[in-house]
Design a protein around this ligand. Structure first.
Ligand code: AMP
Ligand code: MG
Length: 343
């Protein structure tokens, strides 16, 4: 299985202090591997009673705790408990219940393009196990009855899932985590940070000098930064089949599944980047709009208009939503790429 782990990168332009100006706020950075992703956490300044280093320690503990609760492959996780309960109700923690609640709402809102019950299908294609294979049509048809988010019952922190069905919150967990970390940092009194969780970037406030964060959008083909989106206090989340895929007989099979066909989404898009306030919304939509394809995704955006998006087609065509017009720029080497702006 191929994996590109570079993801989105916060362009952490060095804070240049002019001679005679006040010293720049102190920066603390840590890099960890969690949730199958390399994460870079950068925090500036000092909290109310917490140093940036202490905040990083708290964030790392929080990430590992969320990973333990939400991972589909960890046997002690809430999700694993739900998946192995054989139809019995399971009491889960605050994080799993909160994330599932938000995710189910997004499944509904996206007309099922996002579906948190695809785990039997994800496994059939060998994603998460690392042993990729192309399942036959009969095998996929037999999985149809084991998929469908509307069968998930959530009552407070109690989850009931019909026997044979299995949850996978992989499409939303990192976006949720980024946002929860932003809430934690703000509670601790920090107002400037950039958290890069693979394809999920969560920014807190602006850069220490007041400028927006410059978040790179990757060229799905080369892995270089194709464009930059300037944001303050927002999440920027990208989904793309290039992030995880396998090749068989010259054909590429990506990890984002179309719930209608139970096969890798083949909508003509190479990546979708969503910019909005909340990471869970961004993460759920980046996956769902990738499944929908450009036309349906455009319709969805026009109906909602509470997020912005960058779509990169398999042919390299770049399309952005109107709200990004002032904050989107092509990166060096891509200046001649045509950009369509959706109104
Ligand atoms: P993301 O990288 O956020 O787009 O999430 C992709 C991951 O979510 C995959 O690796 C699967 O584990 C899972 N997944 C794949 N397709 C879907 C889908 N249509 N709805 C929900 N989860 C999905
Ligand atoms: Mg997602």
């Amino acid at each position: 299985m191929s994996k590109r782990l570079t993801g989105l990168i916060c362009a952490l332009a060095l804070f240049l202090s002019l001679s005679g100006c006040a010293a720049p706020p102190k920066e603390a950075t840590s890099q960890i591997f969690a949730m199958d992703t390399f994460m870079t956490l950068t925090v500036y300044g000092k909290g109310i009673e917490t140093s940036a280093e202490a905040a990083l320690d708290q964030m790392e503990d929080y990430i590992y705790a969320l990973e333990n609760a939400l991972s589909v492959t960890r046997e002690a996780s809430d999700i694993h408990k739900i998946n192995t309960a054989g139809g019995e109700s399971v009491e889960v923690g605050y994080a799993a219940a909160g994330l599932l609640d938000g995710a189910l709402e997004l499944c509904e809102q996206t007309g099922g393009a996002l579906d948190v019950t695809l785990y039997p299908v994800v496994k059939a294609w060998g994603f998460t196990t690392g042993e990729n294979r192309v399942p036959g049509q009969e095998e996929l048809a037999a999985l149809k009855d084991r998929v469908g988010y509307s069968a998930v019952e959530l009552d407070g922190q109690t989850v009931t899932l019909p026997a044979g069905m299995e949850l996978d919150l992989g499409a939303v967990a990192k976006g949720y985590t980024g946002y929860q970390l932003a809430v934690l940092l703000k509670e601790l009194g920090f107002s400037s940070a950039c958290l890069s969780l693979g394809g999920n970037v969560q920014t807190i406030g602006a850069k220490p000098n007041g400028d927006p964060w410059r978040v790179g959008v990757q060229d799905p083909e080369s892995g270089n930064a194709l464009a930059i989106v300037d944001v303050i206090d927002k999440a920027v989340v990208t989904s793309g089949n290039y992030q995880r895929y396998f090749k068989e007989n010259g054909q590429i099979y990506g990890h984002i599944i179309d719930p209608d066909t139970l096969s890798p989404a083949d909508s003509g898009l190479a990546s979708v980047t969503i910019v909005a306030d909340k990471g869970l919304y961004c993460d759920g939509l980046s996956t769902a709009l990738f499944v929908m394809g450009l036309e349906e995704a455009t319709h969805f955006w026009r109906q909602h208009r509470d997020f912005e998006a960058v779509f990169i087609g398999e042919d390299g065509a770049v399309t952005i939503t109107a709200g990004l017009e002032g904050s989107f720029s092509l990166a060096s080497g891509y200046e001649n790429r045509e950009v369509t702006i959706l109104e």
